[in-house]
Design a protein around this ligand. Structure first.
Ligand code: FAD
Length: 410
């Protein structure tokens, strides 16, 4: 550790990989750095793909993480449109699809995740989309125009963000969800109710407790979604927004420890001392919550890029960060901090029907574990501090808007 002159190869030129390359230089890595990505674009931000990029509110320069000349100026060799097909740990080399081998002293796996597909008949019809890359977003966007109807399978964040963008573009939207509420796996009931109301007000039809049996089509193109209760929903396009799975196959094939994601420690080290893994492809420790988990978020990609770069450069590890996340839908900015493990009590501050409120989640002893803030940045910031400081407060004081958050943070 600390010898910063070897060749670092970073596989995956996404948010985590691109950030790791920049941080390695910032932290003083002197040796060659090669950043290899399967996509044709330099590292870019995925969050706008379901939001501003999709409804036309952003352009390519603002999508890119860094300008094209950044990598050259930092002496980072950027190999795009290049698939890595194997890791030979014994030889210390990775294999490209072309058959070429590239030797490494340190390897960083920043492989991301892939959008899951629904394994039902018709999933491969034209007009059935998934959303992970800018190419996916461009194909989806072409199907969203006034008068077109899109059926979105899955009411998670990506499904609901696409629903909002599609409405902004004038398309009709039906959201089909297997669970009894939208955002069932990722949000509290009060938050689900808020987003359900907001989408219904925007004209989105939401079908809950509904399982997809098949996508039916005409002449190879999707024309309806068939549900297991026998009903059909006519549509011109389908988005499968049914979650993402980690790209850990390369690591598994190379014998690295994996468990639904590449297993890493708090320094983003894998079970091989010369290999780090960062971002959506990992299963990582969550020190504040004394367990491991997978976090699919930009803040996590950045935090792990810092961990790996600091570790390789022999610097002190960065202090652990609180998990956080955001989502934009219509005029709603949602910000979430912390993870709602072991929560016993909930306090709502503000009026959910007025569109600005926060939901605090507390453990049995009154420790704040998580906050979900809807158009409420002050509550979000206060909640972050309370969680980080392991503040104990009462639900009643949080719900009482005459109680100052400043005082509660202490
Ligand atoms: P990625 O950005 O997926 O990058 C991985 C890269 O590795 C990809 O380019 C892939 O092609 C490449 N790769 C994989 N295997 C190989 C290989 N064998 N050879 C070469 N290259 C390979 N997060 C938030 O915090 N807030 C949001 O609002 C938000 N919205 C999102 C909206 C959408 C539509 C999507 C798809 C994601 C969103 N996310 C959001 C999640 C966030 O974008 C991810 O957490 C983040 O991109 C993870 O970065 P990463 O570098 O780990 O993975």
């Amino acid at each position: 550790m600390g010898n910063s002159s070897g060749h670092v190869v970073i596989v995956g030129a996404g948010h985590a990989g691109g950030s790791a390359a920049a941080l390695l230089r910032q932290y003083g890595w002197k040796g060659p750095i090669t950043l290899i990505g399967a996509e044709s674009l330099a590292p870019y931000q995925r969050p706008p793909l379901s939001k501003a990029w999709l409804h036309g509110g952003s352009d390519l320069p603002s999508l890119l993480l860094r300008t094209a000349d950044f990598y050259q100026s930092q002496d980072v060799a950027l190999l795009l449109s290049t698939d890595v097909t194997g890791i030979d740990r014994g030889a210390g080399a990775i294999a490209l699809a072309s058959g070429e081998m590239i030797a490494y002293d340190r390897l960083v796996l920043a492989l991301g995740a892939f959008a899951r597909s629904l394994p039902v008949p018709g999933h491969d019809l034209a007009g059935v989309f998934r959303l992970r890359t800018v190419a996916d977003a461009n194909a989806l966007k072409a199907a969203l125009h006034p008068g077109a109807c899109i059926a979105i399978i899955g009411a998670g964040y990506i499904g609901l963000e696409v629903a909002a963008s599609a409405r902004l573009l004038g398309a009709d939207v039906v959201v089909i969800e297997r669970e009894a509420r939208v955002l069932a796996r990722v949000a509290s009931t009060a938050l689900s109710e808020h987003f359900h109301r907001r989408h219904a007000a925007a004209g989105v039809r939401i079908v809950l407790n509904a399982a997809v049996e098949a996508f039916d089509g005409h002449a190879g193109r999707v024309s309806s979604v068939r549900l297991t209760d026998g009903s059909t929903i006519p549509c011109d396009a389908v988005l499968m927004g049914v979650g993402a799975a980690p790209n850990d196959a390369l690591a598994r094939a190379a014998g690295l420890d994996c468990d639904d994601g590449i297993t890493v420690d708090v320094n983003a080290r894998t079970s091989d001392p010369s290999i780090h893994a960062i971002g959506d492809c990992t299963r990582r420790p969550l020190p504040l919550y004394r367990r491991t988990g997978r976090l699919e978020s930009v803040p996590n990609a950045l935090e792990q890029a810092k961990q790996a770069a600091a570790d390789m450069c022999g610097r002190a590890p960065p202090s652990p960060e609180l998990p956080w996340f955001w989502s934009d839908q219509y005029d709603t900015r949602l910000q979430i901090a912390g993870l709602p493990f072991d929560v016993e009590e909930t306090a709502i501050r503000g009026d959910p029907t007025a569109g600005s409120f926060a939901i605090f989640h507390l453990t049995q002893d009154g420790t704040v574990q998580a906050v979900e803030a809807v158009n409420a940045p002050t509550s979000f910031m206060a909640g972050r501090l309370m969680i980080a400081r392991r503040k104990r407060v009462t639900a009643a004081s949080l719900s009482d808007v005459s109680c100052s958050l400043h005082q509660l943070v202490g």
